[in-house]
Design a protein around this ligand. Structure first.
Ligand code: FE2
Ligand code: FE2
Length: 294
C-alpha cells in the first residue's frame, strides 16, 4: 500500500477579506514586516504541483496533516479547496485534517468544515477511515483559536477517551494503524515542544499511544516545518514538515507500507527551486525503513 503525506502548505492571501481580528493583523505584520511571507511566496503554484506530483506517484491514498492556510480567511480556505478541485469528492483517496492556522481566530469557526469536511468524515473527531488496503487512519483534531501569542493545540480528554476505545479494539491488530494529528508529540531533539507552540496534552497523548493494549503502527504530523522521525517509548513518529516553506528544504513523504509485515519504507520528495518541480530526494535522512510493531 502506498500513502503520500504532506503538511503545512499555507495558502497565504493578503489583503485580508475575513474580518478584523488582532491575531490576523499580527500575522500580517509577521508575514509582511518580518519576512515570513517570503517563505510562502508562490505557494499556490507549489500546491498545484504537489497535488499533481502525488497523483503521479500511484499512491492509494494521500493525507494532509493541516495548516492549509495562513490566517484561515474564507478566501484562503476557498483557494485551498479550489486547488484540491475534484479531489474534495474523493474521500477514499484523500484525507485532510485541520491545523492551527485553519482555525486561527474565533470568527473562522466552521470554515474548515465547510470546505474540507468531506475529506475527514464530516470533521467529527476522532474520525476513523478503514482503507481497503488494510490501513486504518485514526484522525485527531488539536486545532483551536488561541490568543495572539499562543499557537498551542489541545486534543482534550473527550477525544483521548474516544481514541482509546478505538485503538484498543482487537480487530485493529491485523491492520496497519496510523494516528494522524497536526501537532508533534516531540521535537526532533526528543524534547517537548514549547508551551506556546506545542500540544498542551502531549504527555497524555504519548501515554495513550504507548499503552500495551492499543494498536498503533505510526504517528504522522506536521506543524514543525522541518521534517524528521523520532520514537516514543513504543512508537515511531514521522513529521512531514512543510511541503511549501521555501525557508526549509520543503517537500513531502511517500510511505510504502507492508501491512502484513508491519513495515514502512519512507521516500522523501523535495521541491526543487531550480527545476520548479517536486522530485525524489535520495540523500534525505528520512529515507529509512521502520518496523512498526514493538
Ligand atoms: Fe505550519
Ligand atoms: Fe501549525
Amino acid at each position: 500500500m502506498r500513502l503520500a503525506h504532506f503538511s503545512d502548505v499555507h495558502v497565504t492571501h493578503f489583503p485580508l477579506s475575513g474580518g478584523f481580528a488582532l491575531k490576523r493583523l499580527a500575522a500580517v505584520a509577521s508575514y509582511s514586516l518580518a519576512g515570513r511571507g517570503k517563505h510562502f511566496i508562490g505557494s499556490d503554484a507549489r500546491i498545484a504541483a504537489l497535488l499533481a506530483h502525488v497523483d503521479g506517484q500511484q499512491v492509494d491514498h494521500a493525507i494532509c496533516t493541516g495548516d492549509l492556510t495562513g490566517v484561515s480567511t474564507e478566501a484562503e480556505l476557498a483557494r485551498a479547496a479550489e486547488l484540491f478541485g475534484p479531489r474534495l469528492r474523493q474521500p477514499e483517496r484523500f484525507t485532510v485534517i485541520p491545523g492551527n492556522h485553519d482555525r486561527y481566530v474565533t470568527s473562522a469557526a466552521g470554515l474548515f468544515e465547510k470546505h474540507f469536511g468531506t475529506l475527514c468524515e464530516g470533521a467529527s473527531f476522532p474520525a476513523v477511515k478503514h482503507l481497503p488496503s488494510g490501513v486504518t487512519l485514526v484522525l485527531l483534531d488539536a486545532a483551536r483559536p488561541t490568543s495572539v501569542i499562543d499557537s498551542s493545540g489541545l486534543i482534550g480528554e473527550a477525544q483521548r477517551s474516544k481514541a482509546l476505545s478505538i485503538l484498543s479494539d482487537p480487530s485493529l491488530k491485523s491492520r496497519f494503524v496510523i494516528v494522524a494529528l497536526h501537532y508533534g508529540l516531540l521535537r526532533m531533539t526528543g524534547l517537548r515542544d514549547s508551551r506556546p507552540h506545542g500540544l498542551r496534552d502531549d504527555v497524555e497523548v504519548m501515554n495513550l499511544i504507548d499503552r500495551d493494549d492499543v494498536t498503533v503502527d505510526l504517528v504522522l504530523h506536521g506543524h514543525l516545518h522541518r521534517p524528521f522521525t523520532i520514537r516514543t517509548r513504543q512508537r515511531h513518529i514521522v513529521n512531514a514538515g512543510s511541503a511549501t516553506d521555501l525557508h526549509m528544504r520543503c517537500g513531502y513523504n511517500v510511505y510504502d507500507i507492508d501491512v502484513a509485515a508491519h513495515r514502512v519504507a519512507i521516500t522523501r520528495h523535495r521541491w526543487s527551486v531550480e527545476a520548479g518541480r517536486y522530485e525524489a530526494d535520495p540523500g534525505h535522512a528520512l529515507n529509512v525503513s521502520l518496523d512498526t510493531r514493538p
